[in-house]
Design a protein. Structure first.
Length: 76
């Protein structure tokens, strides 16, 4: 859950630190797109991790360990 909250709060926190006239924020469109893409992949992989843990705990048999670790390897 910390990963989800961090992914949602991090862009707003980073953008709040910098004034729009700042040198770092001049290319705001490209920067926000890459931040959104990275955080989206992070949320996707954390969601698979939580689903995998629930699957192993309740013995549903939906995700094997190899299937759950595959996206982590590809995204990394």
């Amino acid at each position: 859950m910390f990963g989800f909250s961090l992914a949602f709060a991090l862009p707003f926190t980073l953008f709040a630190f910098f004034h729009p006239g700042c040198i770092i924020c001049q290319n705001q469109v490209a920067g926000s797109t890459s931040v959104k893409a990275v955080l989206g992949f992070l949320e996707f992989t954390l969601g698979l991790k939580f689903l995998s843990i629930a699957d192993q705990t309740y013995h549903w048999g939906l995700l094997d360990r190899e299937i759950a670790e595959g996206p982590w390897i590809v995204i990394s």
